[in-house]
Design a protein. Sequence first.
Length: 123
Amino acid sequence: MAERLDGLPAASLNIHLYYSFKMSVKAIRFKGSLLIPFSIYQERAGYFTGEIVDGKLILTTFLFLTNNNTPEGEEIYKQYELTRIDKDYLSINKLSSFVASDIAQNPEARNFLLRQAVKASLK
């Protein structure tokens, strides 16, 4: 998680983790996986994958929002045909890339991300 959400101090990550689970744990099933949303300042940043074992939730990994195994990542693939290798090359697989980029100046990319945010908020 810290690798994908680079640039955020550990204390900040812990606070967002706490609030993500306290405020709205609305897990979804996607491609056979249980996805638990993780938000930063109420904006979706990715998902934890998990499974229920003996009535307890066991988290297995963290997927950044653009990961192909998330609804948003699949949409990126459908619309732009970007594979994991493409996303690695473009560095859109971690938070610092978005913070440091001029993505807000790219109307097509900005509108795509806004549409994905709206879709996610309606679920």
